[in-house]
Design a protein around this ligand. Structure first.
Ligand code: DAH
Length: 341
């Protein structure tokens, strides 16, 4: 019996020496010190031994138990240190590695163009005025010299709503009337940016939603020379000092006279290419002197006040500047396109 206990202690200690994980320690404890271990059963059996053997066996069994428990405490320290070392190796942080790049968002290309346009006009004293996107037939057409059934309405394919006379504005021009009615009889120098809507087949050049930037200056003694000076200065600041600017006669119901403004094609240098449709010029905006009736509709006396107005499409501006050949890229939310700006 005593020999057996000695042997048991030896085997257990040898086994413990080989354990190198916390899980292994637990398993060892169950096997050698647990309820079903040989040692525990021996200790329990002491009472059944002949009385003369009891003290000796009991004492030795108790000693073995203490020895194993002490050995376990020691082994635990050794194993914990080992595990820590292992974890430190496995989870090592290399502080010399470069950090993970944080991807930054950015402004939409059209928003960037809008900001550029605001900057240029701000330098010439124009403030930004915001007008509504849902308009009335009266403001979108009638007050701009287009009574019902006027043929000029064909230039603006329109989204009408189910409420009579309410529509999505087809251009930012109705904002001219709203500004004039708010500020009359003060002089005005504003730009009116915002979304417009047209009932159109979507193509490389047409979207059903797009932006416009309208401009309006009203005052005493404003002439066509002011219009030309402001728009030529704007075109050169936006597109570059070496761009040529030309004014062409045109027609809009709300201006008289009306012009369209072109710049020479930056892509072919005016020689003719696909972008300028082989004319050497690209149109950048429509403009004109505010029609006397439109001034009157805004509350101004055309005998005392004159003004000029213009309208441009920032998508088109962006397309020209960045050589984009399809307007549909702007609002299809493809990051491969948007991330290039
Ligand atoms: N509203 C016009 C359009 O959508 C653009 C325009 C032309 C605006 C001439 C103007 C202007 O203010 O004077 O096509």
């Amino acid at each position: 019996m005593l020999d057996e206990l000695k042997k048991l202690e030896k085997t257990a200690l040898v086994a413990l020496g080989q354990v190198d994980t916390v899980a292994g320690l637990d398993a060892w404890r169950t096997e050698h010190l647990g309820k079903k271990s040989l040692l525990t059963t021996t200790l329990r059996g002491v009472g059944k031994l002949p009385p003369e053997e009891r003290p000796v066996v009991g004492k030795l069994a108790q000693e073995v138990k203490t020895a194993l428990e002490d050995a376990l405490t020691e082994a635990r320290e050794r194993v914990l240190a080992l595990e820590q070392e292992r974890a430190a190796k496995a989870e090592r942080v290399d502080v010399t590695l470069p950090g993970r790049p944080v991807s930054l968002g950015r402004l939409h290309p059209v928003t960037q163009t809008l900001h550029r346009i605001y900057d240029i006009f701000a330098q010439m004293g124009f403030q930004v005025y915001r007008a509504r996107e849902v308009e009335t037939d009266e403001y979108n057409f009638q007050l701009l010299n287009m009574p019902p059934d006027h043929p000029a309405r064909d230039m603006w394919s329109t989204f009408f709503t189910t409420r009579d006379g309410i529509l999505l504005r087809t251009h930012t021009s109705p904002g001219q009337i709203r500004t004039m009615r708010e500020y009359c009889p003060e002089p005005i120098r504003v730009i009116l940016p915002g979304r417009c809507y047209r009932y159109e087949d979507v193509t490389a050049r047409h979207e059903t939603m797009f932006y416009q930037v309208e401009g309006l200056a009203v005052g005493r003694d404003i002439t066509m020379a002011d219009l030309k000076g402001v728009l030529a200065a704007f075109a050169k600041r936006l597109y570059g000092d070496d761009r040529q600017v030309r004014f062409r006669c045109s027609y809009f119901p709300f201006t008289e006279p009306s012009v369209e403004v072109d710049i020479d094609c930056a892509i072919c240098g005016g020689e003719g290419c696909r972008v300028c449709k082989h004319t050497g010029w690209v149109e950048i905006l429509g403009a004109g002197m505010v029609h006397p009736q439109v001034l009157r509709n805004g509350g101004y006396d055309p005998e005392q006040f004159t003004g000029f107005a213009f309208g441009m499409g920032p998508e088109r501006v962006t397309m020209l500047k960045s050589e984009i050949d399809d307007i549909r890229y702007f609002y299809s939310n493809d990051l491969r396109f948007l991330a290039q700006f």
